[in-house]
Design a protein around this ligand. Structure first.
Ligand SMILES: O=C(CO)[C@H](O)[C@H](O)COP(=O)(O)O
Length: 207
């Protein structure tokens, strides 16, 4: 299982600092949606230039204009770009076309999708490299939130998936047991006193 750091920071400078700290311990470096909204795709170019050996993940969460948005993110240096599973099939097909043109990949983020298992299978058939079983920051803050449902949906879908929803040291083993190909950790890394040590500990927990 690969480890992905989600950099939900707000400046390119902060992202470059964080990426430099954690890169030795992660496989995928994600530029979070707020970072891209604040800084634009220049932040993607800066991270790829600093870490050409890492998979750079641009969390665009595209909902429309799939081909155009994915195309500009790949041109900026992204290796993986997200499209929302709630988008129409034509948006996902367009984004996959851009990925094929650049020799890169589309990840379909299933945040907000009620039937994640069915949609995961549909978008995988449309050419998504993998889906993201995702409970967003707002959903995580809702009373009674538990990762268990998400883990179960990932296990049931039987397609390649990443899992994001407040993954931390006490849950990363269950993410691996559910069969995820990628564990995504944001707050557990960037919110730690020592992000490098936090990333190293998550990596060490992966068997
Ligand atoms: O995409 C996101 C929010 O929409 C986050 O980057 C993702 O949820 C991972 O962060 P965390 O581990 O803090 O939940």
């Amino acid at each position: 299982m690969k480890l992905q750091v989600a950099m939900d920071v707000l400046t390119t400078e902060a992202a470059l600092t964080l990426a430099a700290q954690v890169a030795p311990h992660v496989d995928i470096i994600e530029l979070g949606t707020p970072l891209i909204k604040a800084e634009g795709l220049r932040a993607v170019t800066a991270i790829k230039a600093a870490h050409p050996d890492k998979i750079v993940f641009a969390d665009l969460k595209t909902m429309d204009a799939g081909e155009l948005e994915a195309d500009i993110a790949f041109a900026a240096g992204a290796d993986l770009v997200t499209v929302l599973g709630t988008a129409g099939d034509s948006t996902i097909i367009g984004a996959v076309a851009a990925a094929t043109k650049h020799g890169k990949g589309i990840v379909v983020d299933l945040i907000g999708v009620a039937d994640k298992v069915t949609r995961a299978r549909e978008v995988t058939a449309l050419g998504a490299q993998f889906v993201e079983m995702h409970a967003g920051l707002d959903e995580q803050a809702e009373p009674g939130f538990s990762l268990a449902t998400l883990l179960n949906q990932g296990e049931t879908a039987k397609v390649p998936f990443s899992l994001a929803g407040g993954v931390n040291l006490s849950t990363i083993s269950s993410v691996q047991r559910a069969g995820a190909t990628v564990a995504v950790a944001g707050g557990a890394i960037y919110g730690a006193e020592d992000p490098a040590a936090a990333a190293a500990a998550l990596r060490a927990a992966i068997i």
